[in-house]
Design a binder for this molecule. Structure first.
Ligand code: KIV
Length: 268
């Protein structure tokens, strides 16, 4: 059971190293290098499909990539993103979509946001689907949020994110991704929750970290739109100093486990 494995990490204090993964070859390699959780992220819309955001990714595409990741990593913990418009309401559609991802090989689905997502989390969990929440900057809401902006900077926003985190846990979520929020807020949320938190641009005190594979390798340079692309502050290229993909991933895992990554320079 994925929820009890995650609980063991939280209780022991061992940090969780998560990385996005989209195919069988990388899945096998990541397991060999000690990655704890493979995230089939809808970031694939950007890093594989070349789109400007994650909004056009379909449930069929997520299931397809999940099945490849599962083929390469039969025993790994796999979390798969439910893409935009596949879970917005607590409905039979959301449940069918989540079940399709589990049938493709996911152990858990990830859904973004507070608000309606909290009721949807409870609905899915009540129907036997393990759920990971995702708060702070939520890429599927990039346009509503006015772009790639740090969330939770005001007291009111910070209070709302903490409130949503507790509500997601209460609704039955077993894991929570925190993206682009102040490190102090992520630390407070991590201490308040009994479920594990995974940070991306959320400071070193989360229970684990996640990066997009292409960012860790330093090969994502934005969509082919001609606009100048600047990597976010939380990204670290592990390939440049370590010579091979295997070594880059293994150093990422070690840096997460020893809390060397993320440093202050990667945090807000
Ligand atoms: O899709 C993705 O890769 C994600 C990470 C940014 C956490 O959701």
């Amino acid at each position: 059971m994925i929820a009890s494995k995650l609980m063991q990490f939280k209780q022991s204090g061992e940090k969780l190293a998560m990385l996005t993964c989209y195919d069988a070859t990388f899945a096998k390699l990541m397991v060999e290098q000690g990655v704890d959780i493979l995230l089939v992220g809808d970031s694939l819309g950007m890093v594989l499909q070349g789109q400007a955001d994650t909004l056009k990714v379909s449930i069929q595409e997520m299931a397809y990539h999940t099945s490849m990741v599962r083929a390469g990593a039969p025993h790994a913990m796999i979390v798969t993103d439910m893409p935009a418009n596949s879970y917005e309401h607590q409905s039979a559609d959301a449940l069918r979509n989540a079940q399709a991802l589990l049938a493709a090989g996911a152990d858990m689905v990830k859904i973004e946001g507070g608000g309606n997502t909290i009721a949807c989390t409870k609905y899915l969990v009540d129907h036997g689907i393990p759920v990971c929440g995702h708060l702070g900057f939520t890429p599927q809401s990039v346009h509503q949020l006015g772009g790639y902006k740090i969330q939770g900077k005001t007291d009111m926003q910070a209070h709302q994110i903490l409130h949503d985190a507790l509500a997601l846990q209460e609704a039955g979520a077993s894991l929570l991704v925190l993206e682009m929020i102040p490190a102090a807020l992520a630390s407070q949320i991590t201490a308040a929750l009994s479920i594990a938190t995974i940070g991306i641009g959320a400071g070193v005190n989360c229970d684990g970290q996640v990066l997009v594979l292409h960012d860790l390798l330093g090969i994502y340079t934005g969509p082919a739109s001609g606009k100048t692309f600047k990597s976010p502050r939380f990204v670290k290229n592990f390939l440049s100093a370590h010579g091979s993909i295997q070594s880059a991933i293994s150093h990422y895992v070690q840096a997460v486990k020893t809390a060397e990554f993320p440093g202050k320079e990667h945090s807000y």
